[in-house]
Design a protein. Sequence first.
Length: 422
Amino acid sequence: MEPSNLSFIGLACLLAAVLGIGTLWLWPRLSGGGLKRLGARTVLLGVSQIALTLAITLLVNRWFVFYNTWDDLVGPDRSNEKVQTVQPSRGKETTLGKLVRRTPTTLGPRRPGRPADPRVDGRVDRLQITGATTGLTAEAFAYLPPQYFQPQSRGKRFPVVLAISGGPGASDDKLAWIKQARLPEQAARLTTENRAQPVVYVMMRSVKGLTQAAERPAGGGATGGGVKAPASAGSHPASCLNLPGKGTGQALSFYGQDVPLALREVYHLPSDHRGWGLLGFGGGGQCAARLAMTDSAQFGTVATINANFDLSAEVPSGLAANDLSGQGGGRPGDPFGGSAAYRQQQDLYWRLEHMPPPPISMLLTAGANGRHSGQADRFAGLARPPLRAEKTLVPVSGEALSAWRGQMPQIATWLAAHLQGE
């Protein structure tokens, strides 16, 4: 049994309860002096405390999914398969194990009273991804529909949606799409009811969940080719942008290049942009929109929820207001290096007004009376073909992702209808 298995956790809790009750029952009978009685009380108390600690640890581990398997706890499962990728910027080789580590979990949809079967229920995998080009690392959770495991679907490549969370508190937790939005359950229900085609959902946090690794898998940290060496290990990007001259400021490349590269190494996914979509909530909404608008060769469909498209919402908080013009002259607070042209290219509204629109489909969802409805109105008003933008204002006022759970079926249906498998 795995450490996250309910039967195993139940046995551990039962053992802790039996030992606790036994300790209370035997304690008066072991009272008194003497080394034997003292030793017996010590052993009894120690064993019951160990069992209680084990039960609590297993319950906490199941909730937060620290260790889903024994291999995850004591060491990785080494595979004989070896996949090599050559990075042109470094000329070094990187292996599959360095790019992504996959661990099945029990977080997927379940049928009450029946054991999990991926061919019927689907599965949620936990992924630890290291960016081959950026050196950034992140944790992700991938929902695979039941059809992915069925023999009749062998060779088929199901469409995939990269979901990026955002917003306050639990809305940007690593399990936000699973616990708050119930996205795997919603997708499974839509497929079962024949309302949507099977779709793979890869659920990630905003840039707050990205961390700089000690070195890039490709290139080891050597400098050259005009690429800045990675920032210190453990640092985080400040925004979903590619910031020039900042070793930890390549979040956009991580989502747009590193993540698809890693996912294709472990799953059968489409090669065409029509099979790749994006879903973003809150701060992740602007990130998803920017990814699609700047890399339409990778992503052809995007849906945003309560997104703020103003560039001022994306820049690091330390940027002075008078630096937003891009005339900062390279001041420390200016993330654009004093380049007005580069700043304009990162402004989604400016791109809509001055650059050729990308051939993508967008769904802009916002609260009808919320502060983000004006953002959706302005964005949709500036969109022109071949960019197709649909605006949906709904009577939802909450800022938390859980408040939008009721809208997930419509959003997931829209995404599935605009994506194509292979």
